[in-house]
Design a protein around this ligand. Structure first.
Ligand SMILES: Nc1ncnc2c1ncn2[C@@H]1O[C@H](COP(=O)(O)OP(=O)(O)OP(=O)(O)O)[C@@H](O)[C@H]1O
Ligand SMILES: [Mg+2]
Length: 254
């Protein structure tokens, strides 16, 4: 795990992270990873390996039932271990949760505005709404529809759009392709790719669709039962038998 050949500090880093639920169920044992500014890093692993828990620990959302029990979270080298989302979001760390958490009774527009609640520059919000509609024109057409009536793909676009309104510098994306038809998966990934380059985002991506994730990512990590077991450039990780074992059946072209 010694490939830190960068001279600059990572934008986001975790060192020896440990976490538990209900103080007894230890689910992260040894997670160390870093993401450099404007890098896209994929975190891959089987169901239950600890991917979502890792993202929650980074964004401050591991609260209540879960807790960080060891290790450090560093943002630009500064220790922010355990800082809650209302500290992390204004500092540019925004987490798109697994499962498309929209506010079902609110309109598309109001859902998007929720993403801007921590912003001080309120006057910039309408302009950025327009920018989000360039990525997701479907959302502009459904602006006054209750979010609960959107299709799964539209809801995924909505949660990504809402996150962008928080002006993230580091975006943590948990399973953006979950439950979407293959055509829509490709569409969502194309938009993520576009957003990544246009917004100059730093991206940590959790994905079951390892094939798509490794196409987008510069580097990748494999997590197994709460520990990082493999790290490398995306193309190296793709060829590694340990990854292929997790994703049984190997890489089909989706
Ligand atoms: N609230 C909770 N209380 C107790 N255990 C939990 C809780 N949330 C998750 N876990 C456990 O922690 C472990 C890691 O879960 P996590 O959600 O991080 O996995 P994951 O890698 O994101 O999996 P998936 O690919 O299915 O989303 C699992 O064993 C899970 O059962
Ligand atoms: Mg998960």
């Amino acid at each position: 795990m010694n490939s830190k050949d960068h001279t600059h500090e990572p934008a986001l880093e975790v060192v020896g992270l440990e976490a538990a639920y209900q103080d007894v169920v230890r689910v992260l044992h040894d997670v160390s990873l870093y993401v450099h500014e404007k890098e896209c890093v994929a975190l891959l692993g089987a169901n239950g390996a600890g991917k979502t828990t890792t993202l929650k620990a980074l964004s401050g959302m591991l609260q209540g039932e879960g807790r960080i029990t060891g290790g450090q979270v560093l943002l630009d080298g500064e220790d922010v271990t355990g800082s809650p989302p209302h500290v992390m979001v204004p500092r540019g760390v925004v987490h798109v949760l697994e499962g498309r958490y929209v506010f079902p009774d609110l309109s598309v527009r109001d859902n998007l505005l929720m993403g801007a609640y921590t912003r001080k520059d309120r006057e910039g919000v309408p302009r950025e709404m327009d920018r989000i509609f360039e990525y997701f024109p479907q959302l502009a057409d459904r602006l006054h529809t209750q979010a609960g009536y959107l299709s799964g793909g539209e809801q995924q676009m909505l949660v990504i759009g809402r996150a962008l309104l928080g002006k993230p510098r580091v975006l943590l994306l948990d399973e953006p392709s979950m439950g979407l038809a293959p055509k829509l998966v490709r569409e969502v990934f194309e938009i993520i790719e576009r957003i990544r380059s246009e917004e100059k985002l730093t991206l940590l991506l959790v994905e079951q669709n390892a094939n798509m994730a490794l196409r987008l990512a510069d580097r990748a990590y494999l997590i197994e039962t709460g520990s990082i077991v493999l790290e490398g450039k995306a193309e190296e990780v793709r060829e590694d038998p340990r990854l292929q074992k997790v994703y049984l059946g190997g890489f089909q072209e989706e």
